[in-house]
Structures are given as C-alpha cells and as structure tokens.
Ligand binder design. Structure first.
Ligand SMILES: Cc1cc2nc3c(=O)[nH]c(=O)nc-3n(C[C@H](O)[C@H](O)[C@H](O)COP(=O)(O)O)c2cc1C
Length: 392
C-alpha cells in the first residue's frame, strides 16, 4: 500500500496485539461501535475452538484520533489478549518459567504451518517462537484497521460484504455469488453461508469432521459494492489493483488461491463467454450485463462490483497430528496438537473484507489524495462529476 500503511505487532499468547495505520486523512469520523462490530464478527463462526470463548476482542485506540475524528497522524490500536493471563509464565517478555515453557515447547513441526520453515529461518529451538507470530490471531489487528478503511470507503458510497461460498465440497458447484447474495448473508448464522439452504448440512459436516479429529477448508467471496471506475492503474505492474488485492487477500492465513469474478469458469471456455459486453444507458451511464471480470479490467476498477473469492486450505492442526519429526530425537513423530479450530471460514471472510477495504482505501487515496477529508471529498466529487460528462 502506498498511501496507507499498516503495521501489526504481537504474539498469539503474548500480552496483546498492536496495529498502526498511517496515511488516513484528518477529519474522518471514527465510529467505535462499527469497529467493535467487526471485531465481534471475526470471532464468530461454527467450528472455532475454545480460544474464541476466552477472548472478547476490544480494539482500544491509543493514538491518532481525538473527539471521534482522525488527526492525520498514525492511528494506533491495542487489543489485549485475555488468554495471556493463562500463558504469562510461558510468554512473559522478560522471564518465563523454564519448566512451564519446556512443557509448552513446540518440537514436532506441524505440516501446513510455518513451524519448520520458521524454525530454519530464525534458528529457534522452540517452534513456539514461530507459531506465536504466524498464528491467525494477528488478523484481529488487521480487522480493527480494516474497519477504519471501511469507514473511509463509506464516504465514497462503497460498502464491503462477504460470505462463505462453500465449506469442504458443500456448495462448491454453485455459481459465483453477487452483491444481492451477500446482502442476504446472516452474520449471526452458524457459518455465515451464502447458500442458507446448505447451512444445516455444513453444521453436520463440521460436527462429523471434528469427531474424526480432522479439519475443513473452503472458499469465501468478498465483494465491494459501488466502487467508482478508475481506481488502480494499468501503467505499472506493481500498481495494478487486481495484483494488489490478490496479494492482500492471499495474506489472509491459510488462503491459497484468489479468483476475481468467474475467472476459473471463464478460463475453461471461449472468449465469447468470458467477457462483459459494454452498454451505455439512455441516462448516459456505462453498464455491463454481466460481471465475469469481477469489476477489474487492466488492473483498474471499471464501475462494476469488485468480486473476489479466496480459497482456503483446511486448518493445518489435526488432533491426531500428521507425520513429522521430533526435533530432540530427530526420529519420526506425529506433529504436536495445539488447541485449534475445525474451520475458520466465517472469520476468514471478515479478515478478507478488512484486507480488501485497506487496499481499496489506499487506491481511493491515490486517486483523490489530500490531507483532510474535506480535500479528499472535493476531489472525489469533482472526479465523479467529470466522469459523468465523459467523453465530452
Ligand atoms: C481466522 C483464522 C483462524 C485460524 N485458526 C487456526 C487454528 O485454530 N489452527 C490452525 O492450525 N490453523 C488455523 N488457521 C490457519 C493458520 O493460521 C494457517 O494455516 C497458517 O498460518 C499457515 O498458513 P499460510 O500457509 O497461509 O501461511 C486459522 C486461519 C484463520 C484465517
């Protein structure tokens, strides 16, 4: 991100998480309930482990906001880890209890996690040093920052939603959802499923998989609605918005593939069935009858909804473990079990929303830049007005 910059810090069972978001203009109204709502949404979901019952994530603002408005300075969040109380002797920044730490030492790397690669990279004997930062707990900090990005986007009339497109193979054969499908997603439903009719079967699948000691993946779709045309760039490879969004969405833990619009389907057919015919309405608006491109052509928004699906691998920690090696004996050993979710797809959708919001907010500031919201909105309104008259 060029205008916006997000840095997060903190370990999963350490004292807490920090997020520092710089680059927001001054004068953006900050709605604490909106941030709290997204923090709650990230914690929700059938198939989550015990941890989510302990945590009650609250993103406390420690800087950059005064009297409910951004100041232009970095906005800093602090999210306390309530579980730290149970881990103090193992995770204290200055002194751990050697016996307790040894008991919690991770020494059989879990396939699918950063454990082995991180151990080799940082030369840590206790792979907990890797696990603690590589854990998806960090995503709570991103969701807090993402909520601010969403508040900025709302100033341009842009809204972002997500839903679980499929779980395991359940729903994988259904078409790519659109905005009206996501509007119907019930955030309080067990799996935030786009296809509500499949939800009872999904719940059963989670129960069955949990009983077997196994885990599940699937896919979430995230859509940004009412995005103006012209965000992003086709001029430089690293400024293409599809690439920037893909990077950000791919950084959601366990996401292994990103699709825009109906790219997978389109790749299998001819060009005549892959693109979106252009029309101009009698009122002078540009429109498409389909949105197979997912709102992006040449790395630039084209005025249609930005539609992305993130494909998530099944959770890597299995109760029965997977073939691995014990670092002490160097003999084969099943990977260690660490309290874990069966699936975290509903939460992954909320994190994907945050990542999409941060990238789109960055692109919006690139297009309408300014130090204050007043300037940014002036530029936005002028650009919208000028686009309406185009090509005149
Ligand atoms: C919200 C969320 C919660 C997760 N919870 C767990 C978990 O409890 N156990 C686990 O093994 N992996 C969990 N994961 C997945 C791991 O974080 C992920 O597989 C791991 O970091 C390696 O992913 P990577 O290959 O994408 O880096 C979760 C992911 C998300 C998005």
């Amino acid at each position: 991100m060029k205008r916006l910059r997000l840095t997060t810090a903190g370990e999963s069972h350490g004292p807490g998480l920090t997020a520092v978001l710089s680059g927001l203009p001054a004068g953006l109204a900050v709605d604490s309930e909106f941030i709290a709502r997204d923090m709650r949404r990230r914690m929700h979901g059938y198939g989550r482990g015990h941890r989510m019952q302990i945590e009650q994530d609250e993103a406390v603002i420690r800087g950059g906001v005064r009297d409910g408005e951004t100041l232009g300075s970095p906005v800093t969040f602090w999210i306390e880890n309530r579980d730290f109380e149970n881990w103090r002797e193992v995770m204290d920044p200055y002194r751990v209890d050697p016996d307790r730490a040894e008991k919690r030492r991770l020494k059989s790397p879990r396939p699918g996690h950063a454990d082995l690669a991180g151990g080799l990279k940082y030369l840590r004997r206790d792979l907990r040093d890797v696990l603690e930062r590589a854990s998806a707990r960090e995503s709570a900090a991103r969701v807090a920052a993402g909520a601010l990005a969403k508040l900025l986007l709302a100033q341009f009339g842009v809204e972002i939603r997500s839903g679980v497109r499929y779980l395991g193979a359940l729903g994988a054969d259904r078409p790519v959802p659109d905005w009206s499908d996501l509007e119907k997603v019930d955030d309080t439903s067990p799996l935030r499923a786009i296809h509500r009719d499949l939800e009872p079967q999904m719940v059963e699948l989670v129960d069955r998989t949990k009983k077997d000691g196994d885990t599940l993946g699937g896919a979430v779709t995230v859509i940004a609605h009412s995005v103006p045309p012209g965000w992003g760039s086709y001029v430089h490879w690293d400024e293409k918005l599809d690439g920037r969004l893909a990077q950000a969405l791919m950084s959601v833990p366990a996401v292994k593939a990103i699709e825009f619009g109906s790219a997978l389907e389109a790749s299998k057919g001819p060009g005549s069935a892959a693109h979106d015919a252009i029309e101009r309405t009698s009122e002078g608006a540009w429109q498409r009858l389909t949105n197979r491109a997912g709102g992006l052509e040449g790395g630039v928004t084209n005025g249609e909804d930005v539609v992305a699906t993130a494909y998530k691998k099944p959770i890597s920690t299995l109760r029965t473990g997977l073939p691995s090696v014990d670092l002490d004996t160097l003999e084969p050993h099943r990977s260690q079990y660490e309290r874990s979710d069966v699936t975290a797809l509903p939460a992954a959708g909320v994190i994907a929303e945050a990542m999409m919001a941060l990238v789109l907010a960055d692109a919006a500031l690139e297009k309408y830049g300014g130090d204050s919201m007043e300037e940014v909105l002036l530029h936005f309104n002028a650009s919208r007005e000028r686009q309406r008259r185009w090509p005149g």
